[in-house]
Design a protein around this ligand. Structure first.
Ligand code: KIV
Ligand code: ZN
Length: 389
C-alpha cells in the first residue's frame, strides 16, 4: 500500500504518450527520456508495450537494464503471449512491473472484444494470476472503467485482487468522467471491493473534455495513491493528464490535499518538458500551465506593477521552483510605466519622471505597431529620444 501521504507518479510518456500521433521515438530517444524521468524522480516508468513491436520490446528491455532506482512497467493485454513478452522486457529491472489490462465496459466487451462479462471476468482472474506467478508487482487496469457497470466493475477488481494484483487502475479511457463523479467512483470502490485497502488504487485520465487534471486530483481525494500521467500531457487524441500540473497542484494547494505530495524533484519539470518536446517534435503551447513559455510571463501594466510590489500578487508558485530562471516581464501595448521603468533600469537607464513619460509615449507608439518590444527596441527608444546638439 505504501505511505498514505505519498502519491506515486506512474509516468506513461513512453507508452500512452508515445501513442500521440507523430510522437514516435527511437530506442535511443526513449532511453534519453527514461534517464530524465529518473532525474525527475518518478516512481514508475511505463516504458512501452513490448508485444506491440520488436522495437518496443528492445526499448523496454534496455530501459529496464539501465535505469536504476525506479520501477519499470511493461503493458500487456490479458493473454499469456503478451504477458510473457512483457515479463521478458521488464525482468531485469530493479523493480519490474507487469501491467495487464482488459476492458470492462459493455461497449468494449460487445463491440471490440466480443466477450461476455463472465468470460472477461474469468480472463482477468487467470491472466492476473499468471502475471503474478512471474512478477511480484502486477497492475491490473479495467479499460473504460468510467463507462462500466459499477456492480460488474466491483466484481472484476475483487477478482483481480484475489488473483494477486498489487495495484488496480481505474482508467477514464475516453476522458468522459467529471471530477465529482470520478472521486465518488473511487470512494465506492474502496467501500465495496473486498481487499481494496490492501492494494494501491491508481487513476488514469484522458483529456477529451479538458478535465484530465481535475479528474486526477479528484481521484486523489477519493483515495488514489498512484496517478498515471505524461510529460506535457502527451497522449492519444487530446492526451493524458499532464504530470507537471498534478505535481504542482498538490504542492501549491497542500491545504486542499492535507499535505499529500509526490516525490517529484520539481526543479526538473521544465527540463523534462523541453527534452520530451524536442525529441517528440510536439511543441508545448505557450499558455501551457507550468512549462509553457508564457506560464510566468506578465505583460499587463497592472500585473507588472503588482509583481514589482510583491510577486505573490500574480504568481502562485515561483518560476524557479519548476526550473525557470525567472519571471518574464514582457513589454507590449498593455504594459505600463512601472514595467517599462523596471526594464530600463535593468538595461542601465535611470530616467527622471519627465524623461520616463517621454520614453513611455514613444514606447506606446511603437507597441501599437509591434506585438512585443524587446531590448533593442528599448535602446532605440532611449537613444532616439536624446536631444542632438
Ligand atoms: O486509457 C487506458 O485505458 C489505457 C489503459 C491501457 C491503461 O491506457
Ligand atoms: Zn490511456
Amino acid at each position: 500500500m505504501g505511505d498514505p501521504a505519498v502519491v506515486k507518479i506512474f509516468d506513461t510518456t513512453l507508452r500512452d504518450g508515445e501513442q500521440s500521433p507523430g510522437a514516435t521515438l527511437t530506442i535511443a530517444e526513449k532511453l534519453q527520456v527514461a534517464e530524465q524521468l529518473g532525474r525527475l524522480n518518478v516512481d514508475i516508468i511505463e516504458a512501452g508495450f513490448p508485444a506491440a513491436s520488436p522495437g518496443d520490446l528492445t526499448a523496454v528491455k534496455e530501459i529496464a537494464q539501465l535505469v536504476r532506482n525506479v520501477a519499470v512497467a511493461g503493458l500487456a493485454r490479458a493473454n499469456k503471449d503478451d504477458i510473457d513478452v512483457a515479463w521478458e522486457a521488464v525482468c531485469a529491472a530493479e523493480q519490474p512491473v507487469i501491467h495487464v489490462f482488459l476492458a470492462t465496459s459493455d461497449i468494449h466487451l460487445q463491440h471490440k472484444l466480443f466477450l461476455s462479462r463472465e468470460e472477461a471476468l474469468a480472463s482477468v482472474r487467470a491472466m492476473v494470476a499468471y502475471a503474478r506467478s512471474l512478477c511480484p508487482t502486477v497492475e491490473f487496469s479495467a479499460e473504460d472503467a468510467t463507462r462500466s457497470d459499477h456492480d460488474y466493475l466491483c466484481r472484476v477488481f475483487e477478482a483481480a485482487i484475489q488473483a494477486g494484483a498489487t495495484t488496480v487502475n481505474v482508467p477514464d479511457t475516453v476522458g468522459y468522467t467529471f471530477p465529482h463523479e470520478y472521486e465518488a467512483l473511487f470512494r465506492m470502490l474502496r467501500e465495496r471491493v473486498p481487499g481494496m485497502d490492501t492494494v494501491t488504487m491508481s487513476a488514469h485520465c484522458h483529456d477529451d473534455l479538458g478535465m484530465a487534471t481535475a479528474n486526477t486530483l479528484a481521484a486523489i481525494r477519493g483515495g488514489a495513491r498512484q496517478v498515471e500521467v505524461t510529460v506535457n500531457g502527451l497522449g492519444e487524441r487530446a492526451g493524458n493528464t499532464p504530470l507537471e500540473e498534478v505535481v504542482m497542484a498538490l504542492r501549491t494547494r497542500t491545504d486542499f490535499f492535507g499535505g499529500i505530495d509526490t516525490r517529484i524533484n520539481a526543479h526538473q519539470l521544465l527540463a523534462t518538458s523541453q527534452i520530451v518536446s524536442r525529441l517528440t517534435s510536439v511543441p508545448v503551447q505557450p499558455n501551457k500551465a507550468i512549462v509553457g513559455n508564457n506560464a510566468f510571463a506578465h505583460e499587463a501594466g497592472i500585473h507588472q506593477d503588482g509583481m514589482l510590489k510583491n510577486r505573490m500578487t500574480y504568481e502562485i508558485m515561483t518560476p524557479q521552483s519548476v526550473g525557470w530562471n525567472d519571471t518574464n516581464f514582457v513589454l507590449g501595448k498593455h504594459s505600463g510605466r512601472h514595467g517599462l521603468d523596471a526594464r530600463l533600469r535593468k538595461l542601465g537607464y535611470t530616467l527622471d519622471a519627465d524623461q520616463l513619460q517621454a520614453a513611455y509615449n514613444r514606447f506606446v507608439a511603437l507597441a501599437d505597431q509591434k506585438k512585443l518590444i524587446n531590448d533593442t527596441d528599448l535602446n532605440y527608444i532611449i537613444e532616439s529620444g536624446k536631444e542632438t546638439p
